[in-house]
Design a protein around this ligand. Structure first.
Ligand code: NAD
Length: 430
């Protein structure tokens, strides 16, 4: 099938490339000329495991190409995906101006029936607005369908999540659109859930809010573990083996971050408020999340007595493992708060140094290797759960540090091992 993706970011590029991989003919549009230039010259604007090879394979097979021109993309696609940003306003509501602009642009170039699919995460009832906008700006001359098809991929595991999803959600208004979407997703083996558009939009916000709730739940439990001498990992294992609960998203740490959970939670709270419901439960989830960072920071400062003029090595800047994305990263937040305390920072991340540099600028020292971060440090902090940090050369770190102190914000290391090596080791909930 002929597909157009408007917005070639983390979601759009993965979606377009995976659809090409399963045999569709895809044009990806982005209005950022620099991004299109990188992609056209064979480079990658983001880090996502396996994606560079897949893009190359499909570009070489002429199933995937990139353009800045929305009219070119819309003309090509029978199905048009919208995958543009939906950032938060200061009050937590969603800035839908990107979606509205794309809807107008699509309307302006419609000449025959198209299925317009919203893949961006949007508040319930956005589909109605998209229908209204396309009707208005195409002057009602051309038939079209609007579909909500929320995306559930995780950065770092995006290809696997896209090609082997737990489910595919399709919110539709017409049988014609259902048939097109079934055909499109035929090569991807997953249950297809067909709903109305409002329900599909709600599924995404309700799912992300539930996952954030699970993280805040275990983080709250971690506070009780610390106060009582229990071990949060044992507790999570014990809870998680109950099939009704499940072990995933029960890892205590610095709290959730990234470009999705914080904004989707705020958006869900806001839209609920507009619909007349005060979602206090989710406001509490947010509060626990920010408390978790405060508690960790307190632990660092209490141990060092004062952080001012101390040198801390920070391992991890991305908001989670396997990505270069630093948007709303707890690790970056932690760095900024330590800098406010007057600490000096030496930082390292396997993939996110470039993107972190744009935020932290020259206020920190960027170190080229994980093991060199420790040189001259008063303490080390693990802020992102990159698996390779488990292989940190602790004996060498101890030698090159002023004091062997390690704060593990992701419970990556073994407390017994650290104790044996003579470290002061503080982690989360144990
Ligand atoms: P992103 O910022 O990485 O990508 C969006 C792209 O859209 C950018 O490249 C931008 O240049 C482009 N763009 C903006 N306006 C445009 C226009 N008018 N025409 C063409 N291109 C335009 O964002 P993302 O992380 O891919 O997120 C996109 C949406 O998907 C958001 O609603 C997000 O909440 C949702 N989502 C993201 C993830 C994730 O893990 N990143 C997962 C599921 C859902």
């Amino acid at each position: 099938m002929k597909i157009c993706i408007i917005g070639t970011g983390y979601v759009g590029l993965v979606t377009g490339t995976c659809f090409a991989e399963v045999g569709h003919d895809v044009v990806c549009v982005d209005n950022d000329p620099a991004k299109v230039k990188i992609l056209r010259s064979g480079g990658m604007p983001i880090y996502e495991p396996g994606l560079a090879e897949m893009v190359k394979r499909n570009v070489d097979a002429s199933r995937l190409r990139f353009t800045e021109s929305t009219p070119e993309g819309v003309q090509h696609g029978d199905v048009i995906f919208i995958a543009v940003p939906t950032p938060p306003h200061a009050d937590g509501s969603v800035d839908l101006s990107f979606i509205e602009k794309v809807a107008r642009e699509i309307a302006g170039c419609l000449t025959q029936h198209k299925v317009v699919v919203d893949k961006s995460t949007v508040p319930v009832k956005t589909g109605d607005k998209v229908v209204e906008t396309i009707k208005r700006y195409s002057k009602g001359k051309v038939e079209f369908d609007v579909v909500s098809n929320p995306e559930f991929l995780r950065e770092g595991f995006a290809i696997e999540d896209f090609l082997k999803p737990d489910r595919i959600v399709i919110g539709v208004r017409s049988e014609r659109a259902v048939a097109v979407m079934r055909e499109l997703y035929k090569p991807i083996p997953a249950p297809l859930i067909v709903t109305d558009i409002n329900s599909a939009e709600l599924i995404k916000h309700a799912a992300n809010s539930f996952l954030a709730l699970k993280i805040s739940y275990i983080n709250a439990v971690s506070a009780i573990c610390e106060a009582s001498g229990a071990n949060v990992i044992e507790v999570a294992n014990g809870i998680g083996m109950d099939a009704r609960i499940g072990r995933r998203f029960l890892d205590a740490g610095l709290g959730y971050g990234g470009s999705c959970f914080p904004k989707d939670l705020s958006a869900f709270i806001k839209i609920s408020e507009q619909l007349g419901y005060d979602f206090r439960l989710l406001r509490e989830v947010q509060r626990i999340n920010s408390d978790q960072m405060d508690r960790f920071l307190k632990k660092i400062i209490e141990t060092l007595w004062v952080a001012k003029d101390k040198t801390l090595g920070v391992l991890g800047l991305a908001f989670k493992q396997n990505t270069d994305d630093v948007r709303q990263s707890p690790a970056i937040d932690l760095c900024q708060r330590l800098l406010e305390e007057g600490a000096r920072l030496r930082v390292y991340d396997p993939q996110a140094m470039g993107k972190a540099r744009a935020v932290l600028k020259d206020r920190v020292v960027y170190v080229d290797s994980m093991d060199d971060v420790a040189i001259g440090c008063d303490a080390l902090v693990i802020a992102t759960e990159w698996p390779e940090f488990k292989k940190l050369n602790l004996a060498r770190a101890k030698e090159v540090m002023t004091h062997p102190i390690l704060f593990d914000g992701r419970n990556l290391l073994d407390p017994a091992e650290l104790q044996r090596l003579g470290f002061v080791y503080k982690s989360i909930g144990r």
